[in-house]
Design a protein around this ligand. Structure first.
Ligand code: PEP
Ligand code: MG
Length: 867
């Protein structure tokens, strides 16, 4: 019986049953009832779809107890007991399983009800509702047969809606319904409430195993073996007259989190009338004015419920002839903004502590607060044309362009909002990417150039959009065969991967005071450091604003594409001897110096980890069709540039001459970069600021690569510091992004002052998946259950993770002072952050816009993994 179980018994009583029992214990007015346990359901299936003797005996016992508690009798012709029969699994499966209302009505009981209420219109209305529901749900009779009768009555009498039907009409309808059931099932409608109840319970058990319920469970990771409980509860009616009604409410505003009851009420109505939206309900504030006494009773109960559950509640209630009943309470769903406000308010109110507040934040929803999102109304009307990978969150609308030059040009001329659609992007697109609102690429995965740059800029990106085909020359693209010319308005959502035609209104992100508070609390709790991947002053400032504790990765190559320096970079690449290379490097140096000074100044007092040049050199050379023009700028023959392009061509450039391998061939590049870093640090230090530079060597596989390059770096740096005559601490470390580096971390750790996992490359090389191409088939891997998710988005804990664990352990035992971090894209992903916490890393580094997510995820990792 309700009142005999507790809210903790969800596994046995289901969520609804456990809560109803708990409410009853709290003294909340809940209609009487009992719960048939989930064990009975599993038993039913074990028996091959039959109820055990035990259940049948129990049903009898508890029905009797219910009759005693309510003072009513099943099938009575003076005051019959009517019940609802509802499913209730451990976790809610909205709309998936069946419900039957008004059970217990029979021809005889109807008489009793009319007598008791003096309201035949109401009684025949609920009878016909019951017959139809029972026949559909329990007996499988077609819905349309009943609707036809109703339509006929309305048509004949010229009625506008159900409310116009008279008592006689409903009587006629219910009699017709009984006939339909008899005709369709070959038997009269059951007139024994106990038989009705047993049939209804079986139907609810059966509804656990329908195809739609199975699909829902598969989709939501719910175990098929759990079974459902069944709640049998006395009916209360909101539709007995003007002193009755029904309402739904949240104890706080689910959109904003404001502490004010938010809900709706309908006089003389049943619950489904609110959902159906036929009549306009009353706001609860207005209801309070009409019925102040009941409203006060209601709010007292709600305060009690919040105090008890320490959570915002979503409540259904009914008033029957002036008496209030609560039918359900559960944790209310809410927006990310509301979740943050409610958690902070509840700490202030003393309901929960700071740790619980941080634990309650859904990190995956936090993105809503940091990026623009579509306006829901405007989104509802939009059509999804295609979906790609949700590569960088946020929403944007603009006119489509297919090349970066065109984007820059149109932006300059018109100032219009643009979206860049490309087969894929490369560092050369940077100018176009700066002026566009967001990007879509046909190829590429979660760590493609477009995805990484978008996250860094806080712009949205959809990558790996396979149904897209771009014809740049002809100035149009096609999606599933339909053409869209350049400058057609489009909208994209990098949080879902959806691409829409037309403009959808967006809403700016809100960064509330409460959100700042949650971040402060999370910082107090977390153990992992949270740093930023930032390549320039602007990104550094953004990162600081979001709470970054340093820079964990500054990719220097992005600086090389600037108009002023690309020519010197190209001169450096085509140089045929060391002297001319050094001459070109000498010209690049002042630019790098300036970049680093800006970053050190912005990040005063915090560590700044600068990675030496990493990409294959061909990425800096022009495309074939631009060779002539660029050769002219360089003052060389086109032939020579063609030769350089040819000689740099590689079949697998991402596994080729890049990272430290470039520096081994051309140590002078590392020397120039080390010089720029240390000179910048010295200049900023001389202004009285604390500078903490870290120089990071990319892509090592052997300890010898590191020792070879470290010698050049140290010699350069130490000389400069000695010449300047100041104290300056700097660190030299390396990335661990090849499996061999991870496997030899004991050696590497002994030599490096820090290591940082480049999990983008480490994932690529551990799986042997190309990070630029794997997007094409990874979706299928996920769908077929071969991989649980994209390993470029959430770190593969079993394989790549094992390397990380092993390398961390061995590096730390070889060098107890070593600092271990991660700067691959996984550094901003919550499940990966939890893993890195457990693996004993010191920090994670991620794009500036992921920092708040990482801070909260790091705090939750600490809370989740406390012994
Ligand atoms: C990595 O490989 O994880 C990394 C951070 O480097 P990049 O993405 O620049 O190769
Ligand atoms: Mg890398």
């Amino acid at each position: 019986m309700f009142g005999e179980g507790t809210k903790e018994q969800k596994n046995l009583l289901g969520g609804k049953g456990a809560n109803l029992s708990e409410m009853k214990t709290l003294g909340v007015p809940v209609p009487a009832g009992f719960t048939i346990t989930t064990e009975m359901c599993t038993e039913y299936y074990k028996n091959g779809g039959k109820n055990s003797k035990e259940l049948l005996a129990d049903l009898d016992t508890y029905t009797k107890r219910l009759e005693e508690e309510t003072g009513k009798k099943f099938g009575s012709d003076t005051d019959p007991l009517l019940v609802s029969v509802r499913s209730g699994a451990r976790v809610s499966m909205p709309g998936m399983m069946d419900t039957i209302l008004n059970l217990g009505l029979t021809n005889k009981a109807v008489k009793g009800m009319v007598e008791k209420t003096g309201n035949p219109k109401f009684v025949y209305d609920i009878y016909r509702r019951f017959i139809q529901m029972f026949a559909e749900v329990v007996q499988g009779v077609e819905f349309d047969l009943f609707e036809d009768v109703l339509d006929h009555v309305k048509e004949k009498n010229n009625y506008k809606g159900d409310l116009d039907l008279t008592a006689d009409d409903w009587k006629f309808v219910s009699e017709e319904f009984l006939k339909i059931v008899e005709k369709e099932t070959g038997k009269p409608f059951p007139q024994d409430p106990k038989v009705q109840l047993e049939m209804a319970v079986n139907a609810v058990f059966e509804s656990w195993d329908t195809p739609r319920a199975r699909i829902y469970r598969d989709h939501n990771g719910i175990d098929h073996s759990w079974g459902t409980a069944v709640n049998v509860q006395q009916m209360v009616f909101g539709n007995t007259g003007d002193k009755s009604g029904t309402g739904v409410l949240f104890t706080r505003n689910p959109k904003t989190g404001e502490k004010h009851i938010f809900g709706e009420f309908l006089f003389n109505a049943q619950g489904e009338d609110i959902v159906a939206g036929i009549r306009t309900p009353l706001e609860l504030d207005d209801f309070a004015e009409v019925e102040p006494t009941i409203y006060k009773e209601l709010t007292d109960i709600l305060d009690n419920l919040e105090d008890h559950y320490k959570e915002m509640q979503d409540v259904e209630f009914t008033i029957e002839d002036g008496t209030l009943f609560l039918l359900q309470t559960r944790t209310g769903k809410r927006t990310a903004a509301a979740a943050v406000k409610i958690a902070v308010d509840m700490v202030k109110e003393g309901l929960i502590d700071k740790e619980e507040a941080v634990r309650r934040i859904d990190v995956n929803a936090i993105d809503q607060l940091l990026h623009p999102v579509f306006n829901q109304d405007s989104l509802d009307a939009a059509e999804v044309l295609t979906t790609g990978l949700a590569a960088s969150p946020g929403a944007a609308s603009g006119k489509i362009v297919f090349s970066s030059e065109k984007a820059a040009q149109i932006k300059e001329e018109t100032g219009e909002k643009l979206l860049l659609f490309r087969k894929e992007t490369s560092p050369e697109d940077i100018e176009g990417m700066i002026v566009c609102e967001g990007f879509v690429t046909q190829l590429g995965g979660m760590t493609s150039h477009a995805a990484v740059v978008a996250r860094g800029m806080g712009k949205c990106c959809v990558s790996g959009c396979g149904e897209l085909s771009i014809n740049e020359e002809a100035g149009y693209m096609t999606i599933n065969g339909k053409k869209y010319p350049e400058l057609t308005p489009f909208s994209i959502d990098g949080t879902t991967g959806n691409v829409y035609a037309g403009t959808i209104e967006t809403k700016a992100p809100e960064f509330s005071e409460e959100f700042q508070t949650i971040l402060e609390w999370a910082k107090e709790i977390k153990r992992l450091g949270v740093k930023a991947n930032a390549d320039n002053e602007r990104d550094s400032l953004q990162a600081l604003k979001f709470g970054a504790e340093g820079i964990g990765l500054c990719r220097t190559e992005h600086m090389f594409f600037d108009d002023e320096r690309i020519l010197d970079v190209r001169r450096m690449i085509i140089a045929e001897d060391k002297e001319s290379r050094e001459a070109a490097l000498e010209k690049i140096l002042p630019h790098q110096l300036k970049d680093f000074k800006e970053i050190f100044t912005a990040m005063e007092g915090k560590t700044v980890c600068i990675r030496l040049l990493d990409p294959p050199l061909h990425e800096f050379l022009p495309q074939e069709d631009e060779v002539d023009e660029v050769a002219k700028d360089l003052g060389i023959g086109a032939e020579k540039l063609h030769r350089a392009l040819e000689s740099l061509h590689e079949f697998n450039p991402m596994l080729g001459h890049r990272g430290c391998r470039l520096a081994v061939t051309y140590p002078e590049i590392s020397v120039m970069q080390a010089k720029a870093i240390i000179m910048a640090a010295i200049e900023v230090a001389k202004q009285g600021k604390v500078v903490k530079p870290e120089i990071m060597v990319p892509l090592v596989s052997t300890i010898e690569e590191l020792t070879y390059l470290k010698a050049f770096i140290k010699e350069t740096a130490d000389q400069l510091i000695a010449d300047a005559g100041i104290e300056l601490d700097y660190k030299v470390g390396t990335m661990v992004e090849t499996p061999r580096a991870a496997l030899t971390a004991a050696q590497i750790g002994a030599e490096a002052e820090f290591i940082s996992y480049g999990t983008n490359d480490l994932t690529q090389m551990t799986f042997g998946f190309s990070r630029d191409d794997a997007g094409k088939f990874l979706k299928e891997y996920k769908e077929k259950g071969i991989l649980p998710n994209d390993p470029f988005a959430a770190v593969d804990q079993t394989g790549v993770g094992r390397l990380v664990e092993l390398a961390t352990k061995e590096a730390k035992s070889a060098n107890k002072d070593i600092i271990v971090g991660v700067c691959g894209e996984h550094g901003g992903e919550p499940s990966s952050i939890d893993f890195f916490h457990r693996a004993g890393l010191n920090y994670v580094s991620c794009s500036p816009f992921r920092i708040p997510v990482a801070i909260i995820a790091a705090a939750q990792a600490e809370l989740n993994n406390r012994k």
